[in-house]
Design a protein around this ligand. Structure first.
Ligand code: FES
Length: 358
């Protein structure tokens, strides 16, 4: 049976970024500026995406504002009929640029937040002055009435500050807040020992997010991404492989998820090689983990297979050594003990500083 068309597309416009976040989920080998797609090729990709049924595009990176043609790209996505969401650290956005983005049809901004004080946020992001710039961008967005989601990336060194983070999101006029506990992909794996929260922090966070969501009904909505190493069952990564969304890397490689290139036996095609629809429906990489034929018996017969779709293929590769194995986060996985061991190691790890992405 043919899969439904994707709903969303993540356009990774660039891997360049002024921040040096220790939890960066981008691949270890970043693409350089000269490998990036040009404006017109992105415009073609947006049109093809809209034609096949994509409704929203997330303009992301790296830092998408590092692209001098960000306004033209936003305009192209808007002209294609896509809902445009800019995922940004705020660095590189000036009031003038925001005026131009608004005029180009920018629909929504997702602003990342590393901490609630300059000292904490700039330490985590590895960029002095970043916090002040974010506050300026949030204020400018509020004045323009551009809907804002505050993306609070949470981990062991800022979770105790969650109450203030929530307060701040309300003050900044966010309509939505994503409390996103760090997931371990790409560079983040190098900082697992510093970033993994304690079990107590995780439980407190769950409770606080639920309480705040109730208290702030009608003011601000919440999305919560828990640290899945503490979960009993895996997350529905990407809403299922090749099911709801796709990513395009800065060089035009079309991917089922942002980490997929780590799976060594899969090859991926570029938007410059083939139409997007052909890649989505027919490419062996997108078909590799669709449906349940690929699943181990335990997953195929599991009552949760339509809930988590077998979890995360990249995590299965990273922890269990094979992308077709059960996601080791699942308590039924024969490799679940490895996750428990990783948690134990992380709790014993010295809290002596991040390895920044520079
Ligand atoms: Fe690749 Fe989850 S990150 S499937």
């Amino acid at each position: 049976m043919s899969p439904p068309p994707p709903v969303a597309m993540l356009a990774e416009l660039t891997h360049r970024c002024p921040l040096a976040c220790p939890y960066c989920s981008n691949p270890l080998d970043l693409l350089k500026k000269d490998a990036e797609l040009d404006t017109e090729t992105w415009a073609i990709a947006f049109r093809q995406a809209a034609e096949m049924g994509v409704l929203q595009v997330h303009l992301s990176g790296g830092e998408p504002a590092s692209r001098p043609d960000l306004v033209e790209l936003t305009q192209a996505a808007h002209d294609a009929g896509l809902y445009t969401n800019l995922i940004t650290s705020g660095i590189g956005l000036t009031p003038r640029r925001l005026d131009a983005l608004e005029a180009a049809g920018l629909d929504h901004v997702q602003l990342s937040m590393q901490g609630t004080t300059a000292e904490l946020a700039d330490w985590i992001g590895g960029y002095k002055g970043g916090f002040a710039r974010k506050l300026m961008v949030a204020e400018e967005l509020k004045q323009r009435g551009i809907p804002l989601t505050l993306n609070a990336v949470m981990h062991r060194h800022n979770l105790d500050d969650l109450d203030r983070t929530i307060e701040m999101a309300v003050e900044l006029g966010a309509r939505r807040m994503e409390v996103a506990c760090v997931q371990f992909h790409g560079w983040a794996t190098q900082n697992r020992g510093m970033l993994l929260p304690t079990r107590e922090q995780t439980e407190t966070t769950k409770r606080k997010v639920a309480e705040a969501a109730e208290r702030l009904k009608g003011v601000m909505a919440f999305d919560f991404v828990p640290p899945d190493y503490y979960a009993d069952y895996p997350k529905a990564c990407m809403g299922g492989w090749g099911s709801a969304g796709l990513n395009i890397a800065p060089d035009g490689t079309v991917l089922p998820c942002h980490s997929a290139q780590m799976i060594p036996h899969l090859t991926f095609e570029k938007i410059t090689d083939k139409p997007l629809a052909e890649i989505w429906y027919d490419s062996p990489s997108f078909n590799a983990y669709r449906g349940d034929d690929w699943m181990p018996d335990t997953c195929r017969s599991c009552e949760r297979k339509e809930i988590d779709f077998g979890g995360c293929r990249c995590q299965a590769l990273m922890i269990a050594g094979d992308a077709a194995k059960m996601d080791p986060v699942c308590r039924k996985s024969p490799d679940h003990a490895r996750v428990a061991q990783m948690l134990e190691d992380a709790m014993a790890a010295p809290q002596d500083g991040f390895t920044y992405r520079r």
